[in-house]
Design a protein. Structure first.
Length: 302
């Protein structure tokens, strides 16, 4: 099951520093989606994309408003007031990128067995040159994703389950079962507006945005696509199960994103899948999804 709202809120935390972090994530998402000044920042869509509850999203939006990047409007929520491509926005996004690099470094070291199972905060701060606030934010995120837990009294312990050689194979096998099954559910329907939005995003990334994206953005982009496809089943358990799996899968995926050509191949497969779904050929779409998920995980971002 996915993280509860309470655990998500622990991840998002409170206080100005965490609001600023969420603001940076929202700006990065707005840049990736090609948003511009005047576009609406829809809370639920942001919450779904960033896998947090709406409460921390509001905190991030208020931080954006304080920084002059957003404005609250009656009956409209928040709208962007400045392009996410400005210098100030790039600075906020750069802070998010630094956090992503720290996350990727911990994941790579853990998977390569360069980290012990039990660690202290002091050890991690020294190893990754992080402030206490930066480290706490990182540990909160990893804990919500389920591959570290606080030890009673002192220190943290990485979860052995997600490090087992079988874990990645088991995750892939699970996805191969549930994602095609979602498409084959009676009454499956993916709205034309959803298909259009997904297609435009895929085409934009294929046209050149891929080279500008961070590892975290590339991974989240793939997760969002597959979660949207599963949402068409009208059964929230498909999406919730997939989200939980995606949180665990992230650990494996971060070590294998160098193959951008492989990512382009996956995007081409996404576009083909959207074409088949739009025409209502769901049996064919389910078979395409199965083949897509069964490809060797050269990039981990299916």
């Amino acid at each position: 099951m996915p993280a509860s709202d309470s655990s998500r809120n622990r991840s998002a935390g409170n206080g100005s520093d965490r609001g600023e972090h969420l603001a940076g994530l929202i700006l990065a998402l707005a840049r990736r989606d090609g948003m511009k000044a005047g576009d609406r920042l829809i809370e639920q869509r942001l919450a779904d994309a960033l896998d947090v509850s709406r409460a921390p999203i509001r905190q991030g939006l208020k931080a954006l408003e304080a920084a002059g990047f957003a404005r609250g409007e009656p009956n409209r929520g928040f709208v962007l007031t400045r392009s996410p491509g400005t210098g100030a926005a790039r600075s906020a996004i750069a802070a998010v990128n630094r956090a992503e690099k720290s996350y990727a470094a911990v994941a790579a070291d853990l998977l390569a067995r360069r980290l012990p199972t039990d660690v202290t905060e002091a050890e991690l701060m020294r190893r990754y040159a992080l402030s206490r606030t930066e480290l706490q934010r990182l540990l909160d995120r990893i804990a919500v994703e389920g591959w570290i837990a606080r030890l009673p009294g002192y220190g943290w312990r990485f979860t052995e389950t997600v490090l087992s050689p079988e874990a990645q194979t088991q995750v892939a096998a699970f996805r191969t079962v549930i994602e095609p099954a979602a498409i084959m559910q009676p009454g499956y329907q993916l709205g034309l507006e959803v298909i259009t939005r997904l297609r435009q995003r895929q085409e934009r990334i294929l046209a050149g945005e891929l080279e500008k994206m961070t590892i975290g953005e590339v991974y989240q982009f793939g997760c969002e696509f597959h979660e949207e496809i599963a949402r068409g089943a009208g059964n929230p358990f498909f999406v919730e199960s997939l989200r939980r799996v995606n949180s665990i899968r992230r650990l494996f995926a971060y070590r294998s994103f160098a193959d951008r050509n492989g990512m382009r191949r996956h995007i081409a497969e996404h576009l083909r899948l959207l074409d088949v779904l739009e025409s209502g050929r769901y049996v064919e779409a389910a078979a395409l999804m199965t083949r897509h998920l069964q490809r060797p995980l050269s990039i981990g971002a299916a």
